[in-house]
Each structure stands twice: as structure tokens, then as C-alpha cells.
Design a protein around this ligand. Structure first.
Ligand code: ADP
Ligand code: MG
Length: 446
């Protein structure tokens, strides 16, 4: 049972280290408290402090405990009867594995165990596993890219956990590029007054065995951060220390990156995660349902998967919504109750895709004007974007070829057929184009 509370503590610490240290570290699970009963009691030294904890952090604690338990758990807070007898609550920080884990920045639930593999992510998955378990850094860096909510962050954290299993003493850091950049810029800004900030920053990211950095696209334009990060590369990769990067953009399309950094970032292995296909979506729904103790009939999972196509986060949200809805309404999980629970989500996803909205998204994506879609211009990038838009119109709407042609400044159906054929052929061999099409499809549907 104390193991249960320990896992809750790990989770809380990784969610908010500062709050954990000052408020939650001393809490203990009251003897006899059983999460399976749907309720537990946490105790702390002083009643006044417990009231504060309940008021300010009660929800966060309940969410973490419920997540670890796999079902909703209500929390009671109480002062200890005799503080003198209680153990010194949270174990010594330095030796506590929870502390170590929190320091790495890895989120406990993002592991390979609960990552569903399918056609859409098979290469990324294989590469991630390889990188995590290989004794030498063979793909360095590993660059994972793909659209939103497709599992890039999950895979990256999974690599970190697996690596730590095999190398318990390794120095691992996982951070969002955004956070890394903020820490760096803050240290630079305060260099004169607080030189210790730069020392802390350096100490934190020095001598790493594995460095995981998420959403690297946010380094665009940030010259100082890029220069700093370039040096990180030079200090790690030649020494066989592994770097893993994720990005929502195909590496060669990253904007405002130093050439030398781009070439370093792509010198290892680049893999894409694509939107999950139907079968995989069903599998993910089952896995997510199982993880929170929801019994999801097959036919229900199939209907949801038919409706929600664009990403995994959406599927996860749907499962949670069904759980809450059926739990509170006390309805069984059936096709009917699920349609009710997800009516808003389903409605949103059935917003019709129009020819204009496709043209607009494509123009935006390639930094063109919407007028370029209907113009006579034959400049290569414009013509190419137009063909991509025609292709997507054919794929994503029920409009006829003449209608599509007409909406592109009065072109005929043969032009649309030609564009569709051309893009269809190219997408199989051009990885960057495939990525663009995936991202565009996601954006058009939302
Ligand atoms: P990204 O970083 O690509 O935007 P995330 O890794 O944050 O996406 O994934 C979004 C959510 O979906 C997370 O909760 C993650 O755990 C879950 N998820 C994504 N892909 C998978 C998968 N293949 N199997 C299980 N869960 C997944
Ligand atoms: Mg992410």
C-alpha cells in the first residue's frame, strides 16, 4: 500500500516539484486506507496546513491518485493524531528513486508499455526502442517528427524510461525546447547580477548520457539558444552520448534555423509518426479504456474510431469523457450513451470541409495568398501548392471534379485529375510531401 502512495508521490513531484517539496512531501497515507474503496485519507503534521493543502492542491492530488489507482478516488485530509510517532514522511530526497525520476523531467506514465504500435508509427517505434536499448549510439540524433497529438512526446519519454532501466546511473534529461530556451535566456539575461543561474543551467545539462528535447521547432529564430544548443551537440554526439529530438515540422522545412545546426540535427536518423489508421485507433481506444478501468464494447470502439480520425489525444479525451459521463449518469457504456457523451465531439468533427477552407489552409501553410489558389501564376511553388490543394479537395470532400476545378479560378476537370495523379504518385516517394499532407489534413479537419 505504501508503494501505492509512493507512486502517487512520484507523479505529484513530477507534475509540480515546487509544490511537492513545500506542501506534499510530508503527507502520508493513513494506515488502513485503501484506494480500491474509492476513498483514502492523507495525514500531515498540522491541521492548518492540511486545510491549505486541501484547498489549494486537493484537486491535483485527487487527479494524481485517481490516475495511479485507475479509478476516481476521493481524498480526505487530516492532521496526524500524534506527529511525534509518524515517520519522517517522504524519504531522503537524494536516495529516493522518485526524486531521481522527477529530476530527469520524464513523466511516469509515458512508457513503452502503454504505447500502442501500428503501421503509422512502426518505424518511429522501432527506432525509439533501438535507441533506448542499444549499447552504442548508432542513430544520433534520433529525430522524430509528425503532426500534433500523434505520440512524439510519448515516444521520447518512453526512450528515457527504457534507457534508465538499462542504465540506472545514467544522467538523463528530458525537457521541452521551450523550457530549455527560457532557462537559457533567463540565465543570459541575469548574467551580471546572478551569475549562479548560468552555472546552474550548465550543471543541469552538462555531462548527460541521454538528452531528450521536445518540440525543437520552437528554437526557430532564437540565435543565442541555437548557438548554445549547437555546442551541446558538439559535446555529446562525438562522444557517443545520445540525443533525441522531436518536431512538428519535417526537419528540412524548419524555419529560421542555422544551417550548421540543421545539418547536425539531421545527421542521425529521421523518423515520422503518421496519423493512426482505423485498426490502430480502435486498439488505442481499448488500451486507454483499460488503463482507467472502463469496459468498452468492440462495436462502440469502432464507431468512435470511425468518427475521430485525426489524432491520439482526441481518442484519449473521448475515453475520459465517456468514463466521466457514464460514471456520473450511472449509464452503462453502450452505443447510445457514448453518442450522448460525445455528441459535441462528434458534431465538431462533422463540420463539413469546404473547398475554400482547403484552399485557405494550404495557402497559409505555404505562406501564399489565397488568391494564388485561383490565379494563373505558374511559379513552381504556387503551382505545386495549388495541386496539393486540388488533391486534398478530391480526397476530403464529395465535390465533383468540375466543381473542384471551377473553384480554382475556373480550371477544368482534367487539370484536377492531373494534379491528383501527380500528388498521389509523389506522396509515395517524397517524405516531406507526405508529412505536409498529413499536417494539412489535420489542420483542415479541425
Ligand atoms: P505529440 O507529442 O505528438 O503531440 P503526445 O505524445 O503528447 O503527442 O500524445 C498525445 C496523447 O496521446 C498522449 O497522452 C499520449 O500518451 C497518447 N498517445 C499518442 N500516441 C500513442 C500511442 N501510439 N499509444 C498510446 N498512447 C498514445
Ligand atoms: Mg508533443
Amino acid at each position: 500500500m505504501s508503494d501505492f502512495w509512493k507512486r502517487c508521490q512520484e507523479r505529484l513531484a513530477s507534475e509540480n516539484r515546487a509544490v511537492y517539496d513545500s506542501w506534499l512531501a510530508e503527507l502520508t497515507l493513513e494506515e488502513g486506507s485503501d484506494p480500491d474503496s474509492g476513498q483514502i485519507t492523507l495525514t500531515g503534521a498540522a491541521a492548518s496546513k492540511m486545510r491549505e493543502v486541501q484547498k489549494n492542491h486537493g484537486e491535483m492530488i485527487a487527479a494524481a491518485v485517481s490516475a495511479v489507482a485507475g479509478h476516481p478516488v476521493e481524498i480526505l485530509f487530516r492532521a496526524r493524531k500524534n506527529p511525534a510517532q509518524t515517520p519522517a514522511a517522504a524519504p531522503e530526497p537524494a536516495q529516493d528513486p522518485a526524486e531521481d525520476l522527477a529530476r530527469t523531467g520524464l513523466l511516469p506514465k509515458l512508457t513503452f508499455d502503454n504505447f500502442v504500435e501500428g503501421k503509422a508509427n512502426q518505424f518511429a517505434y522501432a527506432a525509439a526502442l533501438q535507441v533506448a536499448t542499444s549499447p552504442r549510439a548508432i542513430y544520433n540524433p534520433l529525430f522524430i517528427y509528425g503532426g500534433v497529438g500523434l505520440g512524439k512526446t510519448h515516444l521520447m519519454h518512453a526512450i528515457g524510461h527504457e534507457f534508465r532501466k538499462l542504465h540506472p546511473h545514467a544522467r538523463v534529461r528530458c525537457v521541452s525546447a521551450q523550457q530549455y530556451m527560457q532557462e537559457f535566456m533567463e540565465a543570459v539575461r541575469q548574467k551580471a547580477e546572478h551569475p549562479e543561474l548560468m552555472r546552474q543551467f550548465e550543471a543541469k545539462y552538462q555531462d548527460l548520457d541521454l538528452f531528450l528535447i521536445d518540440d525543437i521547432q520552437s528554437f526557430g529564430k532564437r540565435e543565442g539558444t541555437q548557438t548554445n544548443f549547437f555546442l551541446v551537440f558538439e559535446n555529446m554526439v562525438p562522444h557517443g552520448k545520445q540525443i533525441v529530438l522531436t518536431s512538428d515540422t519535417y526537419p528540412k522545412s524548419l524555419k529560421d534555423f542555422q544551417e550548421r545546426l540543421l545539418s547536425r540535427m539531421t545527421q542521425g536518423l529521421t523518423v515520422e509518426v503518421e496519423p493512426p489508421e482505423l485498426e490502430m485507433r480502435v486498439q488505442i481506444l481499448h488500451q486507454k479504456a483499460k488503463s482507467i478501468g472502463l469496459d468498452l464494447p468492440e462495436e462502440v470502439a469502432e464507431v468512435i474510431a470511425e468518427h475521430l480520425k485525426s489524432n491520439v489525444r482526441e481518442l484519449e479525451g473521448a475515453v475520459q469523457q465517456i468514463y466521466a459521463f457514464t460514471h456520473f449518469s450511472k449509464m452503462p457504456v453502450t452505443l447510445e450513451s457514448v453518442k450522448l457523451a460525445l455528441r459535441d465531439v462528434f458534431r465538431q468533427n462533422s463540420v463539413p470541409v469546404t473547398l475554400e477552407s482547403i484552399q485557405q489552409r494550404v495557402a497559409e501553410y505555404y505562406n501564399l495568398k489565397q488568391a494564388d489558389m485561383t490565379s494563373k501564376s505558374r511559379i513552381a511553388p504556387v503551382a505545386k501548392a495549388r495541386q496539393i490543394a486540388m488533391y486534398l479537395c478530391k480526397e476530403l470532400t464529395q465535390k465533383s471534379l468540375p466543381e473542384i476545378g471551377k473553384s480554382f479560378g475556373g480550371r477544368d476537370h482534367a487539370t484536377v485529375i492531373h494534379a491528383h495523379k501527380k500528388i498521389t504518385a509523389e506522396r509515395t516517394r517524397d517524405e516531406a510531401l507526405r508529412h505536409d499532407l498529413n499536417v494539412l489534413t489535420q489542420r483542415i479537419k479541425n
